[in-house]
Design a protein around this ligand. Sequence first.
Ligand code: ARG
Length: 640
Amino acid sequence: MSQPPLTPPTATTGSSLPSGSGHDPLSLLKARFAEGIAKAFPGQAGADPSIAASRNAQFGDYQCNAAMALGKAVGQPPRQVAAALVAAVDVGDLAEPLTEKSIAGPGFINITLKADALARLLTAVDTAHAGAEPLPEGQRQTVVVDLCGVNLAKQMHVGHLRSTVIGDTLARVLERLGHRVKRQNHVGDWGLPIAMVTARLMRLAAAGQVDLGRLTLDDLNTAYRAAQKECSGEFEALEIARKWKMGPKIEAEIDATLDGPKAATEAARATLVRLQNHDPAVMAVWQRLVDVTMAACLEICRRLNADVRPEHSAGESTYSGDLAEVTALFEKSGIAQVDDGALVVRLNDVGIAEPLLIRKRDGAALYATTDLAAVRHRVQRLGAQRAVYAVDARQSLHFRQVFAAAHKAGLSRTATGEQAVLEHAAFGTILGEDGTPFKTRSGESYKLSDLLDEATARAGAAVAAKSPDLAASERDAVARAVALAAIRYTDLCTERTKDYVFSLDRMLAFEGNTGPYLLYAVVRVASIFRKATERFGAGAVAAAETAPFVLGQPAEKTLALQLLRYGTVVHEVARASEPSRLCAYLYETAGAFSSFFDQCPVLAAPDEATRAARLRLCRLTQRVLSDGLTLLGIPVVERM
Ligand code: ARG
């Protein structure tokens, strides 16, 4: 029988091997055992092959623990199941052949990789992206990533940090894998709150109190808050007074306080109607709001190293002309019903108790209506086969409803009838030390621009203390990189849906699971090459790029196994929209490298071949770490 090649099984084997894991022994073994299980116990095909790295090197490199569960399922003693597996699994040239002797204890199967298998696999991943290469053309998708999502007339605050950083990272990972990514910044630029500010600014401008040509985002913020205040009154109190028949005197008293708010709300509504009709005078002021807000937003995105450009903006206003058509579609098909004058989509049949309101009694559309129009645009016009929404977890009911309603109405089906996958990549809240949503001391949301300034200043001080001989110009660049690494990494390293407590001190630390620590790890590897070049010459360092790998020491082997997982991890991040897995992986890799470097001298290696082999291992580590950080949107530096 011919040896199966050391490549991942293709679709014809029916294995569930995720793409991109062609070099990771763990994934390869899982696939081989899955095939063996299907062969020996056809009824159990698809059962978990349960392979794990072995805890004790003396028992081999990996262990298969599937026999216990399989034994239960097929009613055979686990050792007998293990014997059947050992006979059925073909490990090819990856591991030493399995025999009766591989079975231990109640039915564990010990697996020892072949001596040359690791070196062969490592050589194969020693590519530009270390195994995280683009997928073949046929497996690439068009993917929309909904990110950033700022609102007009409001400063970007820490809440938008997450939608920007997580969304940008997911987009980077998907792009790397060859997918056609369409970033969409669903700016909150339409509706009554926007009309309120617009109305107020028009009034102030008419009275000569503001110069529309010189507005800053801070001015808009102030106007936004004033407009909100102007329109809000004790409307509820009046209703309560009426309901409980508190008497005409109290009612009149409350009513008198509502004159101002009523007039302001009336003006805002009138402005909204003019806005919806694209009245030039209103549109001109609205456009100022857009320009000022977006200039600030794009500048923050640039500082966050997030690729969010003007062409990615598709705000709520983009869909204003589609809303009537979308609601009509729901109404005509009977998917939505009129209830007490409002139009609602009932979703009980798909397990969602709360109906989705898509048109209010007064005829106004809502946030959800716009999102339905956006789904249609993304799937049917942009051709999205998958849409990933990086939005706060507190909007999760909204997205469950919107996605369900979109599916019902066929808005998520492409022109060719393909069903697009809609996913809410929900994220948790950034908390202050007191466990409530993070605010400044005065109770305001923390502005992202202030956060970036503060982090950069602190990073600058830390870098100056750590590396006093860096030139001032270089120090500034390094400080910016450290601050960026700190902010982005902190936001990405916790499991996406979890909340995290904000601490500038902790995120800027050079020790522990932080961005600065990882940046520093890459700098350390780079410095090995500088020293090697000084000592042995550029030629020797260049020759090491293709030197044969030698993996005799346990620390070398551990590092090698870790490096081989890179491609699998990147694919996993893309599949699960979970950047924290890449962070955890990079942190482990830096740790594996540290142990290797402590235990296996590189520059002082016993002989030239070992030195060259270890240099090559350093090079591959450097490539994995910098490639991984780049995917996280953290640019690496030469020195720090
Ligand atoms: N502007 C919204 C907010 O600040 C976020 C937009 C999210 N994207 C979407 N398609 N709804 O809450």
